[in-house]
Every structure is written in structure tokens, then in C-alpha cells.
Design a protein around this ligand. Structure first.
Ligand SMILES: [Zn+2]
Ligand SMILES: [Zn+2]
Length: 250
């Protein structure tokens, strides 16, 4: 399994990265985890525009799903349209929410390009991947994912505050893509996002092989995020996510 960070900017695109989007590839199958603002452009540095076989949306905040709108245009009106529908695993209200974002009626909505499948907690197969979705700790219906293929596994936090379910999803994985949106300071809001220290604490409890800090908010000093992570008791490799970074888990 190969993991490419397409976008890792938290909350909005930054000068060096789109918002959240991760490309997972195995056996020629290509799946996106999230499709946030700006990621459709950067995605085309890595694969062809029409080479996406499945999409999973962790939740429906704009920085995780808004480029579904542009991709709908590409697949509905592109030169060789109609293209095969792409399965989209997402919270159940995704068709209505994304139609509204696009500015079209609910019917037919974006379903000319996509087959929406409502996410629920649990495990199922998507191409060569076994995906496990679990509810995480964020103000809207939000999922974290564990994805396994060929004996390798990766976990993705989505957006979450401190969360036992994230530890369970990430347990023993080779790579944890964990959000670190906040800098350590007193009186941070709870049940929303993690600091670098908290991300590292989750990585330690889950005993993951590598921790990549992501959902990096551009107004933060990222060296401080990384320094915070050094205080979380995790002793494996830790680094900041970077758009274009590739992790080959084979
Ligand atoms: Zn977010
Ligand atoms: Zn969010």
C-alpha cells in the first residue's frame, strides 16, 4: 500500500498545501480519504483526473469535502463523459449537503457522478482495502478510518478531540495520520481538535509504527506543533505532514 499526502492543511488551504486529502493505492486501485479545498488540483500531480476508484469522506466540514463539487463537473461534463460513477462513502446527509454546496437541486444532485454510500461504524471491503470506520470526537458526525491491505495498515484521525475510538482504530498500524490542529495552551476547547502532544499520546497508546502530524493549520508555528508532539510519550518516528510526501508501506 502506498500513501500520498495530497493535502494536509487544516481548516483552509495554506500556501504550501491544499486542505485534507490522502491518496491510498494498492493493486492499481486508488482511493481518496477526504477531498478538501484545493486538493483536486494537487491530486493531478499524482494520478490522472479520472483515475479515482473510491472516495471516503470523514465528515462534511468544507476543508474535508468541498472539492467533490469541482470533481462532479469533471466527471459529468469532461471530454469523454459520462465517466463511471465513483462510490463515495460518507455521512448519510452528504448528497444533500454537497448539492447545496454546489448550488443545484437535491435531485439529481451530484449523483450523476457519484454513488453515495452512507457510512456507519464497522468494517467493509473497498477494492483491495479493508476499511474500518469509527466515530470520533468532533461537533458533527465524523469518522476516523483504519485501512488495511496486503498485511499493511494506516489509520487516519479525521478531525477529532481526544478519542478512545481513535486509539482502537490505530492500534498496531504502520502509519497514523493524526490531526494536530492546536498549539498547547491553557483552556483549549475540548471535543474538537488535538494538539501535537495529544496526537503523540494517541500514537503511543495505539503503538503505531510512525506518526505523521497533519491537519496543520497555517496560522500555527509548525515547529511548535512538532515540539508539542515530543512531549506525548511516543518514541517512534514523528514528522509533520507535507503535501506530496509518499509513504510506501510495502
Ligand atoms: Zn478540518
Ligand atoms: Zn472538522
Amino acid at each position: 500500500m502506498k500513501v500520498t499526502i495530497v493535502g494536509c492543511s487544516g481548516s483552509y488551504p495554506g500556501p504550501d498545501s491544499p486542505a485534507s486529502c490522502y491518496l491510498l493505492e494498492a493493486d492499481g486501485f486508488r482511493m481518496l480519504l477526504d477531498f478538501g479545498s484545493g486538493s483536486l488540483g494537487a491530486l493531478q500531480r499524482h494520478i490522472g483526473l479520472y483515475d479515482v476508484d473510491a472516495i471516503c469522506l470523514s465528515h462534511l466540514h468544507a476543508d474535508h469535502c468541498l472539492d467533490m463539487c469541482g470533481y462532479h463537473v469533471a466527471r459529468t461534463y469532461g471530454p469523454a463523459a459520462p465517466y463511471p460513477k465513483v462510490p463515495v462513502y460518507a455521512p448519510a446527509n452528504a448528497p444533500v449537503r454537497l448539492s447545496a454546496a454546489y448550488g443545484m437541486p437535491d435531485e439529481p444532485g451530484l449523483e450523476t457522478a457519484f454513488d453515495f454510500v452512507p457510512l456507519t461504524p464497522g468494517s467493509f471491503e473497498i477494492g483491495p482495502f479493508t476499511l474500518t470506520a469509527g466515530l470520533v470526537n468532533h461537533p458533527v458526525e465524523a469518522y476516523g478510518f483504519r485501512v488495511a491491505s496486503g498485511g499493511k495498515s494506516v489509520a487516519y484521525s479525521g478531525d477529532t478531540g481526544e478519542c478512545d475510538e481513535l486509539v482502537r482504530l490505530a492500534s498496531g498500524t504502520d502509519l497514523l495520520l493524526c490531526e494536530a490542529s492546536f498549539i498547547e495552551q491553557p483552556d483549549l476547547p475540548t471535543d474538537l481538535h488535538l494538539t501535537g502532544r495529544q496526537a503523540a499520546e494517541h500514537a503511543a497508546k495505539a503503538d503505531v509504527g510512525r506518526l505523521v502530524l497533519t491537519h496543520l493549520v497555517p496560522w500555527n508555528d509548525q515547529a511548535t506543533v512538532l515540539d508539542d508532539a515530543s512531549k506525548g510519550g511516543y518514541h517512534g518516528p514523528v514528522e509533520l505532514a507535507r503535501s506530496g510526501a509518499v509513504y510506501d508501506l510495502a
